[in-house]
Design a protein around this ligand. Structure first.
Ligand code: FE2
Length: 424
């Protein structure tokens, strides 16, 4: 007897009338029209059953701190970093943990069950590291939280930066981070990339660096990152986050750079909500969008994912943990408006992001974890268009969250016959 049988589901790849069978937290079959005895049987009504959402780039130590101690007036990355510096001495572990746990509740409700969060290692007390390691432990039954040691103030720029980062890794932080464009000079930035990749290679860890988060076309740390990935045999284990300078780079240089990134199997994370908000702030008009070259990277075979990056923190006052909102902004900024493009944006917040995080058991095939979300949409395109209602969210076969079907909303948007009064 199965634990759960979901019938009549549509899958992201377009297969319809699919049945997904679950036993002991795992998918045992995903085939058309299966019928078998189960403790619980659910008719999905043709709605989309997707593997859960994955946010591969977030800052959980700063989340839900909007307005503490003040709001970012200029809206720039640099004022955000300065503001975070003002907030850090005021942080308490209790408040940080409480905000992070609140955000994790929001995430579950949105079907977001895996998050890679950077955690600032600049403060020698490592208060944020200890707090997020505690959060990781507490949310483990419902969220895969992966932590990146992130030297926000520059691993070489501040005294003790390398030691603090290594101590965070010793405590159990999973991934090596960096911020080369914030080091004092380009040369120091390149040196930080080399050093941090060597630390990761020595310890057998993944790398995820904030890389070239600026409008400066000459910020080329992604080139160094790709080179180091190759030199240290870290292919498939390194990610460049943001890479916004690539938006402004010379096309000829990019024609050399993208194949280098592809060859070294470095993945790239764009953060559409934040990139469109923070970049171009020094421009008058025209204002650059600042997001990295998503369709071109994808076309070259680079694994590209989208992250949320920030929710209500010193850098961004919006957000709710909704990765469909991230995908929605991503497709607009990248002008990926074809059916293929929109579906690629759905992949960027699901399968591509899972690949960046090296998540095990992710997907809808037999043998994968039964961790998925039933969306009130008939395909990924409609899911993004409507930022679709999450009807049910399961992790390893356990129902974690459910939301009532919103019938009026779909009817109004799909069949507007009830708005006759507007016609003249
Ligand atoms: Fe970030």
């Amino acid at each position: 007897m199965l634990d759960l049988l979901i019938k009549n589901a549509t899958l992201p790849d377009g297969r319809t009338n699919m049945a997904v069978a679950v036993q002991d937290g795992r998918i045992t079959a995903a085939v058309p029209g299966l019928d078998a005895p189960a403790h619980e049987t659910l008719d999905a009504g043709g709605y989309l059953l997707s593997p859960h959402f994955v946010d591969p780039h977030f800052h959980m130590d700063a989340t839900l701190s909007y307005g503490l101690p003040r709001v970012n007036e200029s809206g720039t990355l640099l004022e955000g970093i300065a503001l975070w510096g003002e907030l850090k001495p005021l942080l308490t572990p209790e408040a940080l943990i409480e905000r992070a746990l609140t955000y994790c509740d929001w995430a579950v409700a949105k079907g977001l069950l895996a998050i890679r969060s950077h955690v600032d290692t600049s403060d020698p007390s490592l208060l944020a590291v200890d707090a997020l390691l505690e959060v990781k432990k507490q949310v483990a039954p419902y969220i895969d939280l992966q932590l990146v040691a992130f030297p926000q103030d520059g691993v070489l720029r501040i005294k003790g930066g390398v030691e603090n980062l290594k101590r965070a890794l010793d405590k159990g932080v999973d991934v090596v981070g960096g911020i080369p464009h914030f080091e004092r000079t380009m040369a120091e930035g390149a040196a930080s990339v080399k050093l941090l990749c060597e630390i990761a290679a020595e310890r057998g860890l993944l790398v995820d660096m904030h890389c070239d988060e600026s409008d400066d076309p000459l910020s080329r740390h992604i080139e160094t990152l790709a080179f180091e990935a190759q030199r240290l045999s870290l292919q498939g284990r390194v990610n460049g986050s943001h890479c916004t300078s690539m938006h402004s780079m010379d096309n000829y240089y990019v024609s050399k750079l993208i194949p280098l990134i592809a060859e070294s199997q470095v993945s790239v994370i764009a953060n559409p909500l934040i990139n469109i908000t923070l970049q171009g702030r020094h421009d008058s008009y025209p204002k650059r969008r600042g997001m990295t070259r998503v369709p071109e990277l994808m076309a070259a075979g680079v694994n590209v994912a989208f992250g949320h990056d920030c929710v209500m923190d010193p850098w961004y006052g919006m957000g709710s943990g909704d990765m469909l909102e991230v995908a929605h902004m991503g497709l607009h900024v990248a002008q990926m408006t074809s059916q293929k493009g929109i579906r690629a944006c759905f992949d960027a917040v699901t399968t591509n992001a899972a690949k960046v995080m090296h998540l095990q058991g992710y997907g809808l095939e037999a043998g994968c974890d039964a961790s998925f979300v039933l969306l009130q949409a008939r395909d990924p395109v409609e899911a993004i268009r409507l930022r679709a209602n999450r009807l049910k969210v399961w992790r390893k076969g356990t129902l974690l969250a459910e939301t009532a079907e919103v019938v009026a909303r779909l009817n109004l948007l799909e069949r507007p016959e009830k708005v006759n009064f507007m016609r003249r």
